[in-house]
Design a protein. Structure first.
Length: 149
């Protein structure tokens, strides 16, 4: 129930931003392989719900460096199992779910939609850690569930 309420809140906030500002026109391929790095300093993310990390680099223009990744649930003792929202600017969010093992420092994120430039964004990315930055790598596409093939 907390996950659903968190997603509803995130979508509501994104909708308010969309009304307040016009989304830019997106220039991105309809599909490809996503490569992202992100940083999670203790000042912004301590494993608590509402904490965030910052995208450091991305090969997808719709998710630029500086974007924020907000986590809806707190981390457990052995891992993270949380809905997340990638906020790239007013009116532009991607919604997903992450599972991560603290033992292996690996996991997966499944993205299933978004708003603005990230409308129709879908991805299934592997998560890994190199000792300094987190990495997301995997296929992505844009479109409805009927045209992702």
């Amino acid at each position: 129930m907390k996950r659903i309420l968190g997603l509803i809140l995130a979508v509501t906030i994104a909708g308010a931003f969309a009304v307040a500002s016009q989304a830019r026109t997106a220039h991105h391929p309809r599909h490809g392989t996503l490569h992202v790095t992100k940083d999670c300093p203790q000042a912004t993310y301590q494993g608590q719900a509402g904490g965030y990390c910052t995208i450091k680099s991305s090969n997808l223009g719709a998710i630029p460096a500086g974007s924020k990744v907000f986590y809806m649930e707190a981390a457990g003792s052995t891992g993270l199992d949380s809905d997340l929202v990638v906020y790239t600017g007013p009116g532009n969010i991607a919604i997903g779910h992450v599972t991560l093992s603290f033992t292996t420092l690996t996991g997966e994120i499944v993205f299933a939609g978004g708003t603005g430039q990230l409308s129709g964004f879908r991805a299934r990315v592997a998560v890994s850690f190199d000792g300094a930055l987190w990495h997301w790598d995997g296929p992505y596409s844009f479109g409805s569930s009927h045209d992702n093939d």
